[in-house]
Design a protein around this ligand. Structure first.
Ligand code: F0G
Length: 424
């Protein structure tokens, strides 16, 4: 028996796997899924992982469910999957040079079915909802969670309700959410206000909450790290860099690394996690700067709307992840985010602004010599280039922006046009 349980990280109270709760009923602490790692020692090995990797079909063809013993032991009938995960790990000499590094890898989570890393968590959250017989699933979102929720709920035949900050969700994400059929409610205020509302609604109306407060979401997101380690042939990187908003990824990555070490798949020294926040939405950075003594929520603002979050719910878990891994937290400005995004896009890999934030953070940490030139760095690109097309057109329409590629108006003869292109 694997005896997977859900436990409160604050008071230790245990819950059944079938419980549909998103916070401890005793102390309101964060919940997490606890696997029986002792029983899995010697079972989950590098060879085991390699055997699973080459399997196709349902459910092991999914980059999430092939790790199911470390995710959630739901029966096959409950699983709602689109073969998420299996994302590429790219090397690009120009990007490495731009960031001042010799060993930079980019893991592109924008290659998931709905275009962001959220699908890895969503397949687990929606499968849990499906398993326990939920009818209505709900979330608050800065856009990607709602798009992912809407898509997976549609696959499962569940009703979906999403709350989004009015006017602050990129069009690609908003349109996906509408197209997949989720009821979408615009809320005056920020993501944080929308989250407060959905927590109330789900409690009062018995809807299944799929925000990253939901411990099953984070179990799916851990597989980003499992997969990256496997792609690197189990050579643990020195750094894992990721943009942070609600801090679900930071939390999940810490847990993933911890579990990999417990199981002996990587050595004692854990890769260091670097969480990158946008300057205008940097409460975790401020908290880190106070050596985790003072936390103050912020009124968030940033061009990277995905991470426009001022009161991250996963704070306690994210802090733990930074402490476990001797990690760091830093911030980047909106200008740095968009410039890094332009370089990322120009490499042919591309990503949404929150992915630009990751890359800008890598460069910043290298400039500060926190990351060494020869360090092996894995940077997580969290969302697809087409998620936020407006931000691209705005950036490239201003010729003053570095790397800008403004539209050219056809005028005069072809020779005139050729001359114009040459002059540029
Ligand atoms: N990058 C992208 C593209 C995101 O959509 C998000 C979060 C993050 C980074 C930050 O991840 O919250 O785990 O620290 N988006 C959420 C949403 C909040 O509603 O789509 P985090």
């Amino acid at each position: 028996m694997l005896e997977t349980k859900v436990v409160c990280i604050q008071c230790g109270r245990e819950y059944e796997l079938s419980a549909a709760i998103s916070g401890c009923e005793t102390c309101d602490g964060l919940l997490e899924v606890k696997h029986n790692l002792e029983a899995l020692k010697g079972v989950i090995t590098r060879e085991w992982a390699e055997k699973r990797r080459v399997e196709r079909g349902f459910p092991n063809g999914s980059g999430v469910w092939r790790w199911r013993e470390l995710v959630a032991p739901f029966p096959n009938e409950a699983i709602v999957s689109r073969n998420e995960g299996n994302t590429n790990l790219y090397e690009d000499a120009r990007l490495a040079k731009w960031a001042g590094l010799e060993n930079l890898w980019l893991k592109h989570e924008g290659e998931n079915p709905t275009g962001s890393f959220k699908d890895r968590g969503m397949t687990v959250g929606i499968s849990h909802a499906n398993w326990i017989g939920a009818k209505y699933v709900a979330c608050a979102s800065s856009g990607n969670t709602s798009a992912s929720l809407a898509g997976y709920a549609a696959r499962a035949g569940l009703k979906a309700l999403t709350f989004i900050p009015s006017g602050k969700v990129a069009l690609g994400k908003l349109s996906q959410t509408m197209a997949y059929g989720a009821k979408t409610v615009q809320v005056e205020g920020s993501f944080d206000d929308a989250l407060e509302l959905v927590r109330r609604v789900s409690k009062e109306k018995g809807m299944y909450l799929v925000n990253s407060l939901n411990p099953f979401r984070l179990e799916g997101q851990k597989t980003i790290i499992f997969e990256a380690l496997q792609q690197l042939d189990w050579q643990a990187p020195d750094w894992i860099v990721v943009s942070g908003g609600n801090l679900g990824n930071t939390s999940a990555f810490g847990k993933a690394l911890w579990e990999m070490r417990e199981l002996g798949l990587i050595g004692e020294k854990l890769p260091r996690i670097a969480t990158i926040q946008a300057e205008g939405a940097s409460p975790f950075y401020q908290y880190y700067r106070s050596e985790f003594t003072r936390f103050k929520p912020q009124k968030p603002e940033t061009v990277a709307t995905a991470i426009r979050i001022g009161n991250p719910v996963n704070l306690a878990k994210a802090r733990r992840a930074i402490e476990w891994t001797d990690g760091v937290v830093d911030l980047v400005t909106d200008i740095e985010i968009m410039e890094a995004k332009a370089v990322l896009d120009r490499s042919g890999i591309g990503g949404e602004p929150a992915a630009g934030a990751t890359l800008a953070g890598v460069r910043k940490l290298r400039e500060k010599e926190i990351i060494g030139k020869g360090d092996l760095v894995v940077a997580i690109m969290t969302g697809h280039i087409l998620k936020d097309a407006d931000s691209i057109v705005n950036y490239h329409s201003n010729p003053a922006n570095p790397g800008a590629n403004p539209l050219v108006q056809m005028a005069g003869t072809l020779d005139d046009l050729m001359k114009l292109l040459e002059d540029n």
